[in-house]
Ligand binder design. Sequence first.
Ligand SMILES: [Zn+2]
Length: 327
Amino acid sequence: MALCLAVPLSLAEQASELAGQEAENSYSPDGDRELREDVIANAENERVFFVIANLEHTLAHEMGHVILDEFDIPVLGNMEVAADQLGIFLFSSLMGGNDNFVQGKLDILQAIADEMRLEWGARPEADREHYWSSHPFEPQRFYNTACMIYGSEPKVLEHIRDFAEIPPARAFYCRDEYETAAQAVSWVISRAGRKTAYTANPEDHKISIEYEEPHSQRSEKIRGWLEETGVITSITHRAEELFDFQRPLRVSVANCQYPGAMWMSGKGEILLCYQLMERYYYLADHRDATETDAVLDMSEWNAFCLYESVAEHYSSYCSKSLGNPGQ
Ligand SMILES: [Zn+2]
C-alpha cells in the first residue's frame, strides 16, 4: 500500500536562497574576497540546512504526538516510536517526492544522522544507561528512520541503505516495516482525517505560531531562519489540511533553560526551545568533530520545569522535583 503525499518543503532550495547566491569563481582582482564570501556563504548555507533539517525532524515528531493525542488514536507499543513514524510519514521532507529528490533525502538524513551521532557521543557514560527511557536511543531512532525511508522505495533508495549501513538482517524487513506503518497511517487518516475541504478561512486555521523575543543574538538569527524558510508554517499548514482540529493549538518558540521540545496536551501547546536550535547551530559547526560539548548534566525533566508553562502543566511533578515551580 502506498500513500501519495506531497513533499512540503525543499530544504536545500530554501537554505540556498537564504544564504544568497554563490559568488562566481571567475578570476578578478577581487577574487580572494569573492572566494572568502563564497566560503562564508556555503558555510552559512550548510548551517541553515542543518538547523532547519533537524528542527523539521523534531517538529514532525511533536506533531505526531499532537495527532495521536487530539484524535485519541490507540497505540500499541511505544508512543515515542509511534510519534516518530506518524511524524515522518505525514510531515517530513524525507517521505514522498520523486526520484530526483534522492539526493535531497540523503542530505537531510545526513544532517539528522550527524546530529544524533554527535549527541550520542556527547552523552556522559551514565546517561547512556537510561534504559528506562521511553525514547529509543539516538542510534536506534536513526536506524528506524532510515529503514522506514529506505523501505518506502527500496529499488530507488538503495543509496539510503548504503549510507545508513543498514545490515541485510534489518534491511530485509524494511519494506514490511514501511507497509505496516503505511497501513496504520492510512487508518489514522480514514478515521481522524479532515472530512470537509480545507479552506483558508479562520475556522480551519487552528494552529497558531508564537515567537517569544529571543534572549540571544544567535536565537534572533535562528528565528529569522525559521520565519524565512517557513519550516514551522509548512508543518502546521499540512496538519491543518489533513486534520480538522477541535480546539485551538499553538506552537511556542520560547527561551528555555534546556535545549528541548515537547508537546503539552493539557495546554494544546508544542514548545520549541530556542536553546534546542542553538544546540543544532553549535553541532552544525562541529559536524566533523569526534567529540562535542555535552549538554549540561541535568535531568531533562527538572530543566523543563524551569519553563513556566511546563511547571504549570506538570505542577505536581515539578513542585516535587524542584520544590519551587515556575522559577
Ligand atoms: Zn516524543
